[in-house]
Ligand binder design. Structure first.
Ligand code: SAM
Length: 156
């Protein structure tokens, strides 16, 4: 198993685990990942890790699809846990200090202590499917009222 993270601080925390794994420092939106073709049987991104794409989200998702198709063996699997659109309604019903929606598919969490604003996107199942369907047999299914699982198998 190999992890990827763009934040050295998060890699340092992960290295403190009782069972650390190898983690590569890389940005999966910005660059080609430093692994050879057909190197993995599965790529897993949980806990909304893919919910923060660059502003050109559609182009970024398609580029990621292409890169994951390069890295996976035929019939290799992608598995993403991402927020569903209903996530935006749920946060608007909760305390404003946590997060709020700022558009049709967008939320922001403003952290006053850290003085950062973190945007997240909550795309429809159709948008995920369209973005990955060139390389993957892909579908999306709800796993709670605020999250969905995007599952794909790399076409041969
Ligand atoms: C929600 S946490 C998930 C942590 C861990 N993988 C897990 O499943 O418990 C998201 C992680 O993705 C990393 N991350 C966010 N954007 C990234 C990017 N563009 N490239 C690589 N890592 C990224 C963050 O630094 C953070 O550690």
């Amino acid at each position: 198993m190999i992890g990827v993270d763009v934040a050295p601080e998060m890699i340092a925390i992960c290295n403190q685990r009782s069972r650390p794994i190898e983690i590569t420092l890389a940005d999966f939106w910005a660059t080609s990942l430093p692994f050879p073709r057909a190197h993995f049987g599965a790529v897993i991104a949980l806990h909304g890790t893919l919910a923060h794409p660059p502003e050109d989200a559609d182009a970024s998702l398609k580029k990621l699809s292409e890169e994951l198709a390069r890295l996976l063996i035929p019939r290799g699997v992608i598995l993403f846990e991402v927020p569903s659109p209903a996530f935006l309604d749920a946060i608007d019903r909760g305390p404003a200090s946590l997060a709020r929606s700022i558009g049709a598919d967008r939320s922001v969490h403003e952290d006053e202590a850290l003085e950062v604003a973190i945007e997240a996107r909550a795309f429809s199942a159709d948008r995920w499917i369209t973005s990955f369907s060139r390389h993957f047999d892909v579908h999306a299914e709800p796993i709670s009222n605020v999250e969905q699982l995007v599952v794909g198998v790399r076409m041969e």
